[in-house]
Ligand binder design. Structure first.
Ligand code: NAD
Ligand code: UDP
Length: 316
């Protein structure tokens, strides 16, 4: 167990998930070093922490080495939205792979425990449903999602090799679709797209027929799972799925968002991007068993918080 005044590094800490994690770590009394190159993150996401003596913000790209002294590392740096990670795919792979090598090298030098924000994308377009951690996945190595999917898979490989070869304390977390306040309005992911479109009275863009499924986890639940995983003892490494098992089609999501926002947006159907997974739902038995964790926030409640955030943000 790390003491509540540990020095904690959060890479990608000015992003959506990273900023919520920084809030929780500061609340718990840790010293937090937030490292970000602001590719998709924003200083505004952590501005509430900037005056806090325990919080430090550093502009740095994790594809370059970093020399700091810390006790724990949460490695979240990487654009997560398909629109953003496909905008500069070479940089996406570099961020996942070189970023992992640099952060693992740092962890090895200072003997820090290190957690990797991996993803359900390692399962690709899965043939088994729901996805369990033992499933090896079905990933296209040369498609438009590969920079992210294969980058994250290679990062997992590196984590497990540092664990086997250098006895590093690693934690690998496979995050399923997560949403909440501080997503970027132009993020491109489905929840933010639908909410922003509904609030602006613009058409809701459904890709394909909208029958593909995802399972959406509210950010507070996700961060709780992340903290529990970092604190877990007994040599538990994961990989472990963290996500909400309630599954929805994109049509159901659009209808729910429209009902909660009100307004007159129509649904429009656009082509399905290539390699878009048809279904996704986490099996969270392992997280329940090892971390005593399960999500608590229902989709409608989480959407209401997120809608309130975007309503305010769009007025700024
Ligand atoms: P995000 O885009 O809001 O945050 C990523 C952060 O990393 C941003 O602040 C960005 O500026 C920063 N970053 C990107 N490249 C960097 C680099 N080379 N050096 C330093 N900083 C860099 O996305 P998010 O949703 O907060 O995702 C955080 C992590 O969780 C990512 O690793 C992502 O792959 C993983 N994840 C998220 C989800 C989700 O649904 N939100 C799902 C699966 C996995
Ligand atoms: N999607 C959609 N309309 C949008 C954005 C996304 O129908 O405006 C679909 C997308 O094709 C995918 C699902 O919503 O099937 C989730 O997409 P997202 O980009 O949020 O994340 P993914 O799980 O695909 O990485």
């Amino acid at each position: 167990m790390y003491t509540n005044d540990s020095r904690v590094l959060v890479t990608g800490g000015a992003g959506f998930l990273g900023s919520h994690l920084c809030d929780r770590l500061i609340e718990a009394g840790h010293d937090v070093l937030c490292v970000d190159n602001f590719y998709t993150g924003r200083k505004a996401n952590v501005e509430q922490l900037l005056g806090n003596a325990r919080f430090e913000l550093m502009r740095h790209d994790v594809t370059f080495p970093l020399y700091v002294e810390v006790d724990r590392i949460f490695n979240l740096a990487c654009p997560a939205s398909p629109v953003h990670y496909q905008a500069d795919p070479v940089q996406t792979t570099k961020t996942s792979v070189h970023g992992a090598i640099n952060m693992l090298g740092l962890a090895k030098r200072v003997r820090a425990r290190i957690l990797q924000a991996s993803t359900s994308e390692v399962y690709g377009d899965p043939e088994i449903h729901p996805q369990v951690e033992g499933y090896w996945g079905r990933v296209n190595p040369v498609g438009i999602r590969s920079c992210y999917d294969e980058g994250k898979r290679c990062a997992e490989t590196l984590f497990f090799d540092y664990w086997r070869q250098h006895q590093l304390e690693i934690k690998v977390m496979r995050i399923f679709n997560t949403y909440g306040p501080r997503m970027h309005p132009n993020d491109g992911r489905v929840v933010s797209n639908f909410i922003v479109q509904a609030l602006r009275g613009e058409p809701i863009t459904i890709y394909g027929e909208g029958t593909q499924t995802r399972s959406f986890c509210y950010v507070d639940d996700l961060v709780e799972g992340m903290l529990r995983l970092m604190d877990s003892e007994g040599g538990f490494t994961g990989p472990v799925n963290i996500g909400n098992p309630r599954e929805f089609t994109m049509l159901q999501l659009a209808e729910t968002v429209l009902r909660l926002v009100g307004g007159k947006s129509k649904l429009v159907f656009e082509p399905l991007p290539s390699d878009d997974p048809k279904q996704r739902q986490p099996d969270i038995s392992l997280a329940k068993e090892k971390l005593d964790w399960e999500p608590k926030v229902a989709l409608e409640d989480g959407l209401k918080e997120t809608i309130a955030y975007f309503r305010k943000r769009l007025e700024e």
